[in-house]
Design a protein around this ligand. Structure first.
Ligand code: SAH
Ligand code: DHB
Ligand code: MG
Length: 222
């Protein structure tokens, strides 16, 4: 089976069910225009994040890794009117592109972008005693995922969910000797999640327009 086939099926199924509109397509186009890397979640994955937020009734969402705001818009659209999403981005230029797309989506009131290293922003949120989040999406630099997960556990409410993207990385995650620092980060994250008694989790492998990868879905005990 080939990447071309996975891509074709992704396009076919997303065309029927996902409902990507001109705002979301425009967010991707703005990213291309500004030279951002084309690494946003796929439309099918964005819709999954949106559905998870709705199924969970999330009114407070935390995202690590904004890029151009594509996944941000998918999740923010799942919020109730008084819901809030905080998204963390290292690169101020990326954050500016995301901010403009979030504005065009009419979501500026609900979304706060914090610029800087995600670990610093997470510690600042803890320091500020921010209200805990119902859902956390971890999708920033992959080697720091163990640290992000540990901090996310402190920022997520009991009964909250944590989704971690890019866990499988072409299968590199199963190779203890992998030279991919991202895959090594994911291995340490998986070991951390396995050792955390409050966490119940599963790993789902995916194929599609983004190749072969996967995500972890974790539930914090209520
Ligand atoms: N969630 C986005 C994709 C994020 S790509 C979507 O699906 O639409 C990963 C993002 O993490 C990039 O924008 C990158 O600049 C950002 N990033 C990398 N290192 C970071 C760090 N230390 N702190 C915060 N963000 C970081
Ligand atoms: C990369 C980052 C992502 O979040 C992703 O989904 C795919 C690739 C990357 O940094 O290469
Ligand atoms: Mg990702």
């Amino acid at each position: 089976m080939s990447w071309e086939l996975w891509d074709e099926v992704d396009r076919y199924t997303a065309g029927l069910l996902v409902g990507e509109d001109e705002i979301l397509a425009g967010a991707l186009a703005a990213g291309v225009e500004a030279g951002l890397p084309p690494i946003a979640v796929s439309p099918n994955q964005g819709k999954l994040l949106h559905l998870l937020a709705r199924i969970h009734g999330a009114s407070r969402i935390l995202e690590l890794g904004t890029l151009g705001g594509y996944s941000t818009i998918w999740m923010a659209r799942a919020l109730p009117g008084d819901g809030r999403l905080v998204t963390l981005e290292l690169d101020p230029a990326y954050a500016a592109v995301a901010g403009a797309s979030i504005e065009r989506a009419g979501l500026s009131e609900r979304v706060q972008i914090r610029v800087g290293p995600a670990a610093d922003s997470l510690r600042a949120l803890l320091q500020e005693g921010v209200e805990r989040f119902d859902m956390v999406f971890i999708d920033a630099d992959k080697q720091s995922t163990p640290e992000y997960f540990a901090l996310a556990l402190e920022l997520c409410r009991a009964g909250g969910i944590i989704v971690v993207d890019n866990v499988v990385r072409d299968g590199a995650v199963a190779d203890p000797a992998s030279a991919d620092t991202g895959a090594q980060g994911m291995r340490r994250f998986l070991e951390l999640a396995a050792a955390e008694p409050r966490v119940s989790a599963t790993t789902i492998q995916t194929v599609g327009s983004k190749g072969y990868d996967g995500f972890v879905l974790a539930l914090l005990d209520a």
